[in-house]
Design a protein around this ligand. Sequence first.
Ligand code: GLA
Ligand code: ZN
Length: 671
Amino acid sequence: MEFERLLHGGDYNPEQWMDCPEVLKEDIALMKEAHVNCVTLGVFSWAVLEPEEGEYRLEWLEGMIDRLYRNGIRTVLATPSGAMPHWLTNKYPETMQVRADGGRNLPGRRHNFCYTSGKMREKIREMDRKLAEMASRQPGVLMWHISNEMGGNFSDSACHCQECQRAFRQWLKERYGTLEALNKAWWTVFWSHVYTDWEQIHSPVPHGETTLHGLNLDWHRFVTHQMTDFLQWEIASVREYSDLPATTNFMFFFRTLDYYKLQEGLDVVSWDSYPFWHKERDEVPVAVKTAAYHSMMRSLKKAPFLLMESTPSCINWRENNPLKHPGMHMLSSMQAVAHGSNSVQYFQWRKGRGSAEKFHGAVLDHRNGENTRTFRDVAEVGKRLETLDSLIRQSCNRPRAAMVFDWENWWAAEDATGPRLDMDYQREFLRHYRAFWEAGVDVDMINMDGELEGYDMVSAPLNYLYKEGYAEKVERYVAAGGIYITTYWSGIVDETDLCFIGEHPLRKVLGIRQEEIDAPGADFRNCVKYRDVAYETGGICEVVHEETAEVLARYEKEYYKGKPVLTVNRFGNGKAYYLAAEPEQKLLNAFYGECMEQAGIGNPFMTKLPYGVTAAERKGETDLIFLQNFREEPVAAEVKGSYVEADTGKAWQEEILLKAFECKVLIRKQG
Ligand code: GLA
Ligand code: ZN
């Protein structure tokens, strides 16, 4: 989608202040002062938009959109399906979600409706049509924000009502055709759980079936399928009157929903980012995780995304909720932009007086109006975005390396009972990602359906499940000259979670034979030497044998002492690396450093960046380099080449000085 400007603003809930016209008036004046050009309206407004069934009250909203527009502020208009009014849940209890334990939720809270329910869909459609009809008259409306944080209240098991069970069985029928095929795929002879009638199939629940991994995996897929179907259905509800672009706000790596699928019907991806800054003195782990989430959101469409929510100060739902220290608001906002965001938006504009979020950070606090550090920080971000607007909008990140992050692999890998039960795909993935981050190199994320061509290097840690055709795709990629990295616990099962028999699907490409896997525990340390430096490896140690591969590091302890830990195999014009154990971060960094060098990939400065400093680059007619310091102290980064700051024109060479939590936006000088 085309952006006419970078968006700065956020969730605005004027319906909570309808009896305070002076507040509403002040809001617009202060929004201008804070360089806000866009707000999100209506996220939880259903009860005000339709106070009784069929009685619509949209005038206030239309008036608000119009007034904002006349003041230069556009509206992202939300459909209100994130939370249901009491008249609806009371009259139609079937719209409420059924938990895994079989109990139906009582009215209240949010994100807890049944997405299959025909009644729920009908009621949402009626509401959305009215909204869309109104929106079509209002030039202030910029785009649709469909519902809110889909699945936000779902545990991994979603809605288990009878309508959902029927839809699940239908989905399985379409997938497998016959019960015989399903029984085979799920290995149901195990413990005598062969299905003889489709009606016997029930979603996996703690007090019922949990041991059929094929069932569990398909249930995860179905939940995504059903949510995608709901989302597309809701988009279709507004489309009748409005062809404005549509988004919905995603959340981090949200395990319940496969975002590669969910994003399909959207025009632009957006997400809500709430990192735990100042959790510890060292911000790097949180910065790494947040960078990965941003990169994922960009990678879903390989295009700029929107930061739909973030907090300007603190949140209120963790055990402790530190305020952003001076500098962090600018840095964390620019971090999003560095990885491809075309907006910085907040939850929320003004703190409410009551209920659960009254102490959640907002641009305006209960007291002190614009005279707060938070307000000034927000205004400063708004101003900077205005200054850099056209430069940023003409660019997007185009990394040369990719990492495979796949939801189906995630579900399957963590469901496996053995070799260890605390297998954590995300954690391990982020350790590998961190090696790129510390090197100042941005990466794309793709799933196993993604194209590998176009990347000089692809890394796929903990790739337990191989989708149909994936091994062949990797083989073609490496043969054609690609660099591929994978690890222990990969190539174990196929798409239905049945183990591959015979040999590793990539045996030839990797040039090794995988034999067994030892899981001595997270605290266990083995030693390896890599390029003459000693490192430790931890919890998982796979025993493999080199065939055509060259061994780069070997175990130094245990009965598998001398067996390979790290190998590289030349295959066709490319190389495939294999990591047989779970090594400490330092070894990962060194190893990835070598692979990046092989692939000719490095950060824009062609130097090693100091700890806590990273870079990301948006390419365009003018390339923009975002140099970010996540340390709460000044630091000097050595650089090759000459640079100017995009905001101020200040020139730098050899060494760039960064203040505590500073992000510089730099342009490389030619010659
Ligand atoms: C989510 C929701 C918002 C708000 C914030 C609070 O992102 O979408 O409505 O509850 O969390 O952090
Ligand atoms: Zn349901």
